[in-house]
Design a protein around this ligand. Structure first.
Ligand code: ADP
Ligand code: MG
Length: 406
C-alpha cells in the first residue's frame, strides 16, 4: 500500500501522547438503543489495542446514522462506548461533546493507555461540510491521526479528511489503522493484479449504483457473473420477458452495452425462480429464463444457474462477490444466494482468494454459515464499491505517503 500505516509509527514515542483515531462505529442499534451488531466495533479493536499497549491516550471519533448536523439523542454514541467497554474489558470514557470545553477536559484527564470516545461527529454541520476550522479543533492536542474508518473513507468529512490535513499541516502524521490497511490490501492491492482466472459475481437490487464498478472491472475480469435483480435488467436487454420483476428500464441500454463489450465474459442466469408475489410464503417455481410470464416476479436465480455459477467459482483463483443472487431474506428466494455462498466458501477452503463486499452480501454469508471461511469480508459498502470502480478515497488520499519521511 502506498500509505503509511500504524505499523510505520515508532510506537514507544506514543507513550502518554494523544492519538486521534477515526473509527467507523456506525453500528445498527436495536429498539432499546443498544448495539445490535458489533462487527464494526470488533473490527477496529486491533488498532485500539496497539495504541493502548503503546500507552497512548486514545481519543476516538465516529459518526452514527444521519442526524443531519443536529443533536439527535437517539443517535448518541453512548451505547457504543458501553459496548466497546465490555468488548475491551476496560472502561471507555465517553464525552457528550465532540468539540468544546467538556471534550477538552475529558481529553486532558485521559491517562496513558486509556480510551475516550467523543460524541457523534455528525451532530455538527461542520462535519459533512468538512469545515477546516472545525477539523483543526477536532485535531487539537494530537500529532498523530489514525484513520481506521474504511466504511467512511469515501467521504471527505472533517473527521476523516479534514483532521488528517489539519494534523499534517502542523507537522503531525496521519496513517491508516490496521482495519483500513487490511481493507486496502484486499480491495485495492490484491485486485490490482489478481491471480487468474479472476471471477467477479455481482448481484443485488440495482445496476445504477454499480455500473461504475462493472465498467472498471469488465476489462480486467475473466468472468463477470450477474445475478439478483440486477440480472433482470440484463435479461430485458436480451429481449426477454421479465414480467413484474424489479427492473431498471432506464438502464437497459447500459446493460446492452455491457453485454456487447463483455461478450463471452458475461454470464447471466439461465433459469429463474418466479412467483406472483415476493413474500415469505410465496409459492415458487423454477423456469428457463425464456419462460417468464407477464405476471411473474423473479425472486432468485434457478438451480441450473447456481450450478453453472458454482462451477465458475470452482475453477477461479480469485473471486470477488458483491450483491445477493435473489431476495435471500425470504426462504422461498434464498437458495441461489446460499448455494453461491457455499461455493465461494469451498473455493476459499481450496486456498483461493475469495473477497466479499456489501452489507447484504455479508449478511447472506453469515446466514449461510460460511463467513469465517472466506478470505476477506469488507466492512465498507459504499467505500468498497468506490475503490472497485477505480476511484480514490479522500480519507485515504489525505494520509501520509509511504515515501514521506516523518
Ligand atoms: P449489498 O448490500 O451486498 O451491496 P445490495 O444492497 O445491492 O447488496 O442488494 C441487496 C438487496 O437486493 C437485497 O435486499 C435483496 O433482497 C435484493 N434483491 C436481490 N435479488 C432481487 C430480486 N430478484 N428482486 C428483488 N430484490 C432483489
Ligand atoms: Mg445493501
Amino acid at each position: 500500500m502506498g500509505k503509511q500505516t500504524i505499523e510505520d509509527l515508532d510506537l514507544p514515542t506514543l507513550e502518554g501522547r494523544v492519538v486521534l483515531v477515526r473509527a467507523d462505529f456506525n453500528a445498527p442499534l436495536d429498539e432499546q438503543g443498544r448495539v445490535a451488531d458489533d462487527t464494526r466495533l470488533t473490527s477496529t479493536l486491533p488498532t485500539l489495542e496497539v495504541l493502548i499497549s503503546a500507552g497512548a491516550r486514545v481519543v476516538v471519533l465516529s459518526h452514527l446514522g444521519r442526524p443531519g448536523g443536529r443533536v439527535e439523542p437517539a443517535l448518541s454514541l453512548a451505547p457504543v462506548a458501553e459496548q466497546l467497554s465490555s468488548l475491551m474489558n476496560a472502561t471507555v470514557e465517553f464525552c457528550r461533546e465532540t468539540v468544546g470545553r467538556e471534550a477538552d477536559e475529558a481529553r486532558s484527564n485521559l491517562e496513558a493507555g486509556e480510551v475516550l470516545l467523543l460524541e457523534n461527529t455528525r451532530f455538527h454541520p461542520e462535519e459533512t461540510a468538512n469545515d477546516p476550522q472545525w477539523a483543526a479543533r477536532l485535531a487539537e492536542g494530537a500529532y498523530v491521526f489514525v484513520n481506521d474508518a474504511f466504511g467512511t473513507a469515501h467521504r471527505a468529512h472533517a473527521s476523516t479528511e479534514g483532521v488528517a490535513r489539519a494534523i499534517r499541516s502542523r507537522g503531525g502524521v496521519a496513517v491508516a489503522g490496521l482495519l483500513m490497511a487490511l481493507e486496502l490490501r484486499f480491495l485495492s492491492d490484491a485486485l490490482a493484479d489478481p491471480q487468474r482466472p479472476f471471477v467477479v459475481v455481482l448481484g443485488g437490487a440495482k445496476i445504477s449504483g454499480k455500473i461504475d464498478v462493472i465498467d472498471a472491472l469488465l476489462p480486467r475480469v475473466d468472468r463477470l457473473i450477474i445475478g439478483g435483480a440486477m440480472a433482470n435488467t440484463f435479461l430485458m436487454a436480451l429481449g426477454l420477458e421479465v414480467g413484474d420483476s424489479l427492473v431498471e428500464k432506464d438502464r437497459v441500454a447500459v446493460a446492452r452495452e455491457v453485454l456487447e463489450k463483455g461478450g463471452d465474459k458475461v454470464l447471466l442466469p439461465v433459469d429463474v425462480v418466479v412467483a406472483t408475489d415476493i413474500k415469505e410464503t410465496s409459492v415458487t417455481c423454477t423456469v428457463p429464463r425464456e419462460s417468464v410470464r407477464p405476471d411473474d416476479r423473479i425472486g432468485d436465480i434457478g438451480s441450473e444457474s447456481s450450478a453453472l455459477f458454482s462451477q465458475e467459482l470452482a475453477s477461479a483463483e480469485t473471486v470477488l462477490w458483491n450483491g445477493p443472487m435473489g431476495v435471500f431474506e425470504m426462504p422461498p428466494f434464498a437458495r441461489g444466494t446460499l448455494e453461491v455462498a457455499r461455493s465461494a466458501a469451498a473455493a476459499a477452503d481450496a486456498g483461493k482468494m475469495v473477497i466479499l463486499c456489501g452489507g447484504d452480501t455479508a449478511a447472506a454469508a453469515e446466514s449461510a454459515g460460511v463467513a469465517a471461511r472466506l478470505t476477506h469480508i469488507s466492512t465498507g459498502g459504499g467505500a468498497a464499491l468506490e475503490l472497485l470502480a477505480g476511484g480514490e478515497l479522500p480519507g485515504v488520499v489525505a494520509l501520509n505517503d509511504r515515501t514521506e519521511v516523518s
